[in-house]
Design a protein around this ligand. Structure first.
Ligand code: NAP
Length: 296
């Protein structure tokens, strides 16, 4: 019997997740399919409920559904509680002992009493991408984070959890950066969280704004106030194009650079592991993702 997973977003047509996840399923020999559904925010609850009724194995949530999903799942894993955002749902049923188990564990589909458990795999994915692709140990570092939307907030909380010494926040809407800095100071009192551009050098600049997706987008930082020569590394969450104007300028300035493809890969691999209860075939998933996104 074929089993199903899906990503729900609005819009969703550019999502690379189906190519990546279907390659992962095939490499694990799973007779599963991963689909993409464009669902308006007003229909999100109905979509999650429909997937539950149809005994889907799991869902991913992407823009703009990650925050709203928090109140639509039956239970939250600690990863989603910390970020107050859900990007992965696992459907579960009780086994003979009464313990909740992923639906992938059941040969015969349970007919009733299915629950939704919400996770956030973006946070681990950011930390893993910074470690594996930029060789960064974040403890004690100084970081400039651009963007205080959903991805920026997840990054800020994770950087603070990893023990960065100083976190500088810049956002177009200054109030959002102020609110995020307040939140970091409240939860992580040892981290110095400030808004605005840093004085002196930093170890890392992260772009978590949407700037860079379009070819004519400006660079997301004010180079007069913060020249790129003052950072050792730049991580851009944007992965299409592979080298944004920010990354090109950072490379010219001699910085280590990485785009957001690794983050996308690692959050997807973690979701697959949560659904299947097995290690993700990361190389197959990376190849499929690169072919989908860059045509390589
Ligand atoms: P979001 O919640 O909508 O936040 C968008 C952010 O971009 C906000 O900080 C917003 O500032 C800023 N922004 C938007 N337009 C801007 C402009 N014209 N000038 C300056 N700032 C602007 O979106 P998100 O989910 O955080 O996503 C942010 C970026 O990260 C997107 O490019 C997304 O594709 C990327 N992302 C990548 C991954 C990955 O796996 N690689 C995962 C998640 C997100 P305001 O607060 O002022 O509106």
């Amino acid at each position: 019997m074929i089993r199903y997973c899906a990503v729900i977003g609005h819009p969703v047509k550019h999502s690379a997740s189906p190519a990546m996840q279907n390659a992962g399923f095939a490499a694990l020999g799973l007779n599963w399919r991963y689909l993409a559904f464009d669902v308006a925010p007003s229909q999100l609850a109905a979509a999650i409920s429909g997937a539950k009724t149809m005994r889907f194995i799991g869902l991913n949530l992407t823009v703009p559904h990650k925050l709203a999903s928090v109140s639509l799942v039956d239970a939250l894993d600690a990863s989603a509680q910390t970020c107050a955002a859900v990007n992965t749902i696992r459907f579960e049923a009780r086994d003979a002992t009464g313990a909740w188990q992923p639906l992938s564990r059941f040969e015969e589909m349970p007919v009733s009493n299915i629950r939704t458990l919400g996770f956030n795999t973006d946070s681990d994915a950011i930390a893993r991408a910074l470690r594996d692709e930029l060789g960064l140990n974040l403890a004690g570092t100084r970081v400039l984070l651009l963007g205080a939307g959903g991805a920026g907030r997840t990054a800020a909380l994770r950087l603070a959890k990893e023990g960065v010494a100083e976190l500088w926040l810049v956002n177009r809407t200054a109030e959002r950066a102020d609110a995020l800095a307040d939140e970091i100071r409240r939860i992580f009192p040892k981290v110095t969280a400030r808004t605005g551009y840093p004085t002196g050098d930093v170890n890392l600049v992260i772009n978590a704004t949407s700037l860079g997706l379009k070819a004519d987008d400006p660079i997301p930082l004010d180079a007069d106030r913060f020249p790129l020569g003052r950072t050792k590394a730049v991580f851009d969450m944007v992965y299409r194009p592979a080298e944004t104007r920010l990354l090109a300028a950072a490379r010219s300035a001699g910085c280590r650079i990485a785009n957001g493809l690794g983050m996308l890969l690692y959050q997807g691999a973690a979701a697959l592991e949560l659904w299947a209860g097995r290690g993700a075939p990361i190389d197959s998933m990376r190849r499929a993702l690169e072919a989908e996104v860059y045509g390589t």
